[in-house]
Design a binder for this molecule. Structure first.
Ligand code: UDP
Length: 311
């Protein structure tokens, strides 16, 4: 029997990679997106495939899908700080109302539900590295609160649907991920630095650049998502690459890789910008036999080729 799978946010960066992966696994994939941050170019190659269907829909409204569903992966949401600052209400709505609708559909169809959650649940963390049992340090009323709290609510309602309605659920806490199909203008450090380097503009490092992130290449992340989906783990699982780097070193790495002569300029650090971030992934290692395989240098090379063709 062919598995039938709905991916909300399926035209986004991660969603579109999941569409590809699940089609390769033999699923019939229904990709749903309202295209506010998603992009049809990411899924254009799938049109004409008999195992692919696209529905333009805002998942904060009632979701109608004909026929059976085996899996629902809820990836719809603005996900870069610039996007969710521009779209605060939509971000809150898709994390809350959208997750509610997607869970309701999972309950009705008896489908397994996977929530794309985030390391932002840990906020500006006081624990380092961040493991799943850390409850976080989130400012609910700060500018990032719209994303962080929506995702924290999403986790809570996912657990409630599991406990109260018996829905099969999974929660992936996704850390910084990069690769082809990232939007050039999504404002995140990686696309910003690569575009600036290629355009010979100054690289805009926020604050002193000593804040850290840990970047995971997209194929590694998708492998983790797939393994989690196929597992029976209900509680959250961190997925990310533990190799940590300061943003200043990261900017210098991009300059080296592109051979760009651009200078680095320092700009004001956005409010509530986490100072450190590194996933603790022993749970995923043990449970899913998963860990990232692609080094930052390897992943950046592939990503750079994608950006070069588009800048
Ligand atoms: N950042 C930066 N310059 C930019 C964009 C981002 O220095 O042009 C910093 C940002 O302040 C943060 C880090 O890079 O400390 C990662 O930011 P990003 O927007 O990629 O994602 P986040 O991990 O904060 O969600």
């Amino acid at each position: 029997m062919v598995k039938r799978t709905l991916i909300t946010g399926g035209a986004g960066f991660l969603g579109s990679h999941i569409c590809d992966r699940l089609i390769a696994e033999g699923h019939f994939v229904i990709c749903m997106d309202n295209l506010i941050t998603g992009n049809m170019d990411n899924i254009a190659h799938l049109f004409g495939n008999d195992n692919f269907k696209f529905i333009k829909h805002d998942v904060t409204e009632y979701i109608y899908v004909e026929g059976e569903l085996d899996f629902i992966l809820h990836f719809a949401s603005p996900a870069s700080p610039i996007d969710y600052l521009k779209l605060p209400i939509q971000t809150l709505k898709v994390g809350s109302l959208g997750t509610h609708k997607a869970l309701g559909l999972a309950k009705a169809k008896k489908a397994t539900f996977l929530l794309a959650s985030t390391s932002e649940c840990y906020g500006d963390p006081l624990a380092h590295p961040q493991s799943e049992d850390y409850w976080g340090n989130v400012n609910p009323v700060g500018p990032r609160g719209v994303y962080d709290e929506a995702k924290r609510f999403a986790e809570a309602i996912t657990m409630a649907y599991h406990r109260y309605h018996g829905v099969e659920t999974r929660i992936a806490r996704i850390f910084n991920t990069y690769g082809p199909k990232m939007r050039l203008d999504d404002g995140r450090a990686l696309p910003a630095f690569i575009c600036q380097a290629l355009r010979r503009e100054e690289l805009t490092v926020f604050g002193d650049g000593l804040q850290t992130r840990s970047f995971c290449y997209v194929s590694d992340l998708i492998e983790g998502i797939y393994r989690l989906l196929m597992s029976d783990e209900i509680l959250p699982v961190n997925l990310g690459n533990p190799s940590e780097i300061t943003i200043l070193d990261f900017a210098e790495k991009i300059l080296e890789l592109t051979g760009s002569k651009s200078k680095i300029t320092f700009k004001t650090l956005p409010e509530d910008d986490p100072k450190i971030r590194q996933p603790e992934i022993s749970k995923a290692k043990k449970l899913l036999n998963w860990e990232p395989k692609i080094s930052l240098d390897e992943g950046l090379k592939i990503t750079l080729e994608y950006f070069k063709e588009r800048v």
